[in-house]
Design a protein. Structure first.
Length: 224
């Protein structure tokens, strides 16, 4: 299918399904919606708002996960996302019979997205000013590493989600040794379990990632 969506992506029941969210933001989905909006061989429907919203989400994700966007483009994306949300929020304020609760994203979402857009730009700026010799790895700046580490630590404590600081320190040696084995090219190959959030499949949103001159980055994204 042209849109590459699955049935579970449309009838979403798990809001934490990261793979599903990524597929919904793929450019091919917006292309299919554009055909619906223009009535191109399909029933014409007004889906322009959905297209704009998905494009905003795509730009936001590209800020941190893009394998092709330059730093300048990421800054532009951050500005587009922030201005889109602010104009949308102001419009809801000004129009009668509209409320932020029903016609806008949640306050937490608005604040988190705003701060993360500023964060991305500040990281780029700080690297330029204080460590220009280092790459800007925005995809490594999230809290997923901490969340995965704390979650994995629970598997060493009878699969409990709550444990003491002493339990964590006792498990550190075993966990670090396990990571050394994972990272050893001569070590055994283990099929890593997929978290409930799903895998990072953002590299699949590009048409021919393996033919791209920086295809090596796409291979790294599979590991992240």
């Amino acid at each position: 299918m042209e849109h590459h969506l699955q049935q579970a992506d449309v009838d979403r029941k798990d809001r934490m399904n990261w793979e599903s969210a990524q597929r919904l933001m793929y450019p091919c989905v917006r292309e299919c919606l554009s055909k619906m909006d223009s009535g191109d061989d399909v029933k014409k429907e007004n889906v322009l708002g959905t297209i704009l919203y998905l494009r905003m989400c795509w730009r936001y994700t590209e800020i941190y996960l893009s394998a092709v966007a330059t730093l300048t483009e990421r800054i532009i994306y951050a500005s587009c996302v922030l201005n889109f949300l602010r104009i949308w929020r102001l419009w809801v304020h000004r129009v009668n019979n509209l409320t932020l609760k029903e016609h806008f994203v949640s306050r937490e979402t608005f604040q988190d997205v705003s701060m993360s857009c500023h964060h991305a730009v500040l990281v780029i700026k700080a690297t330029r000013d204080y460590a220009p010799e280092n790459p800007v790895c925005l995809q490594r700046t999230g809290s997923d590493v901490c969340e995965d580490y704390f979650s994995a630590n629970g598997s060493f404590v009878m699969n409990k989600h709550t444990y003491t600081i002493m339990d964590m320190f006792q498990n550190m040696g075993n966990m670090h040794r396990l990571q050394e084995i994972f990272a050893d090219p001569d070590g055994p190959t283990y099929e890593r379990s997929t978290s409930r959030r799903g895998k990072n499949i953002w590299y699949k949103s590009y048409n021919n990632p393996h033919d791209h001159p920086i295809s090596g980055i796409f291979q790294l994204m599979k590991k992240w």
